[in-house]
Design a protein around this ligand. Sequence first.
Ligand SMILES: [Zn+2]
Ligand SMILES: [Zn+2]
Length: 189
Amino acid sequence: MESVLRSVIVPCRNAKLGCTENIPYGRDSNHEKKYCRFSLCSCPEIKECNYTGLYNEILFHYLVSHLLKPDCFFTFGEPRNVRMAINDKNLVLMTLPKTLLFVVQCFREPNGVYVALNSLAPLGPEVEKFSYRISYYFDGGTCSHKLPEMKRILEVSYQTPQDKNFMFVSNSLLCGEVLEMELCISEIK
Ligand SMILES: [Zn+2]
Ligand SMILES: [Zn+2]
């Protein structure tokens, strides 16, 4: 009986939203958890807003529902300065040719600040890929972090990243509560 069930395939739970993938019944499916392009993403203002939507629709929600920061728009491939208060936690960036949201986050730890940049999207192969470089300038030097493929997340987390996808700025390099950074996001063709 069990082996019969194991061989049964069922539609992805996002079939109603348009997914045509089939997955093995009863098994944890990576497709449903991470890869399905119909997975719902949570609005990055997760503390005050409980909207969830498709990765390519969440930008429209954000534009009409949240206060935009004056410099939230960027152009692919062009370095730009970003000012972010460490306590702000989230800085949402967008670029209109793509209906996607990018989120810069700061995490304060006893030894310094971790800065991460992710795009809000599932891991599915249909979703566009981006690379980025982020730099923090201080008196006499630069901290930089480059990632050939930006991480994608379905919702922002307030847990300090456990992987290597962040820039670390140690306490001795901080000057005040605001980070002046340079950011460049590029499309991977
Ligand atoms: Zn699916
Ligand atoms: Zn929202």
